[in-house]
Design a binder for this molecule. Structure first.
Ligand code: HAM
Length: 415
């Protein structure tokens, strides 16, 4: 029997319902902030990622699904969507005006990674990117949107972990200080770190090896080597997050696995499942538009992994809210016809409802209602039809009442 490719899975049932609920929430919350959707192709030219994510990154070095297509082009199944959004915004000349451009996306990404809980080779991201504004206020706006989104989904224990990685101009000062620090204890660092020191010293801070992490104790920090404008920017962002009561902590080792960040880099950690785990990451990338051939336009954004988010929500909240919380159950032939007519009126009025069309015993239909997480059951039998009423059962409390048939739509809409 054929199986799905390793690391790629079918989405169905309870997990898919969480995906849908998260996506609907994202569209609602981001729409409120004026972000519009963008959809870019899954295949991009290899150069797009090599130049942006960076040749020293694990993503470009080890994890990309890249191949030559039948036309001889070197293409990649996108490992992330920021570079594709930037490529599209340049191609369609969206960044030529002075107006900010705000985008969000929901889509599959591909990385040939080692499998872990919540990590796959085809995974989903929801991301938001804002172009054209370089201020800390624009970052606070984006982070507020993110905080609102996660809070609306029911996550309560969030910490924003932030750092400033400076600018290409301020980084040489940090590199010099870091190289001196490294040479004094170079034998304690792994071989990979020795290579990283040559290609991109920031990556040493990100090494997963515990010995290297210990050897880093007391390392020079990026924030101590910022240019004046970056230092002011960082201080202002922290002041804004404090004003807005967004819980944050500074993490001087946070550098992220992609090369395009400037100034603010951040991750959001959740302790909703006990141990702290990273849900998402992002930051400012002021040089990327220019690097990919566009005008000089500042940008800020982030992306969250949908797979892990759905897993966390399933564990802390159980099943996703049912999208059709009402079930209409007719009893007998006469009621079956009347129920179809009533259901049509209710659907036309905008009520989300499922109709029991199997016929048969009430007990069986009620058992299904329980399994589906239905909140309200409407029961229509001969007795109800004769009395021009409907029996309403509220599943959470078991309470039962009668409503006049003519008022069902109004009462359910008001519900
Ligand atoms: P990233 O940190 O590489 O950043 O990925 C963002 C999020 O995608 C991660 O925090 C994680 O939740 C999820 N993710 C990454 N790899 C996997 C995987 N193999 N399986 C499941 N989930 C995964 C970016 O991709 C940047 N484009 C974020 C960004 C947007 N920066 C600025 N704008």
């Amino acid at each position: 029997m054929a199986q799905s490719v390793k690391g790629m899975r079918d989405l169905l049932g309870a997990e898919l319902r969480w995906f849908q609920h998260i996506e609907e929430t994202a569209r609602r919350v981001f729409g409120r902030h004026g972000y519009g959707e963008i959809r870019t192709p899954i295949l991009e030219e290899l150069e797009v990622f090599k130049r942006s994510v960076g040749e020293s990154s694990d993503i470009v070095n080890k994890e990309m699904y890249e191949f030559t297509d039948k036309g001889g082009r070197q293409v990649v199944m996108r490992p992330e969507n920021t570079a594709g959004v930037v490529r599209a915004a340049i191609q369609h000349k969206l960044l030529l005006s002075n107006d900010p451009q705000l985008f969000y996306y929901i889509g599959q990404q591909f990385r040939f990674e080692r499998m872990q809980a919540g990590r796959y080779r085809q995974f989903w991201q929801i991301g938001a990117e804002s172009f054209g504004v370089a201020t800390p206020e624009s970052e606070a706006e984006s982070l507020l949107m993110l905080h609102g989104f996660l809070t609306e989904l029911g996550l309560k224990h969030l910490v924003f972990s932030i750092n400033s990685v400076g600018t290409p101009a301020s980084r040489p000062a940090f590199h010099a200080a870091f190289r001196t620090f490294f040479s004094a204890r170079s034998e304690q660092f792994c071989e990979d770190c020795h290579r990283r020191l040559e290609s991109n010293p920031l990556r040493v801070l990100d090494c997963k090896n515990e010995t290297c992490q210990r050897a880093l104790a007391g390392h020079p920090t990026l924030t101590d080597h910022l240019d004046e404008a970056s230092a002011r920017h960082h201080a202002r962002l922290k002041a804004l997050l404090t004003e807005l009561s967004i819980p944050f902590e500074e993490n001087p080792r946070l550098v992220r696995g992609l090369d395009y960040y400037t100034r603010t880099a951040f991750e959001v950690l959740s302790t909703d499942l006990g141990a702290q785990s990273a849900l998402l990451g992002g930051g400012r990338y002021d040089g990327l538009v220019k690097l990919l051939g566009g005008p000089e336009v500042p940008a800020f954004g982030w992306a969250i992994g949908l797979d892990r988010l759905a897993m966390v929500l399933q564990q802390i909240r159980g099943d996703a809210p049912c999208t059709t919380p009402v079930l209409l159950i007719p009893l007998g032939d006469r009621a079956a016809t009347a129920a179809l007519k009533l259901a049509r009126t209710l659907w036309d009025a905008g009520v989300a409802l499922q109709l029991e069309t199997r016929g048969g015993a009430l007990k069986k239909a009620m058992a299904s209602a329980n399994r589906m997480g239905i909140q309200t059951v409407l029961i229509l039998g001969d007795g109800e039809l004769d009395g021009d009423i409907i029996t309403v059962k509220h599943m959470a409390t078991g309470a039962q009442e009668s409503w006049p048939l003519g008022e069902v739509a109004m009462r359910l809409v008001a519900h």
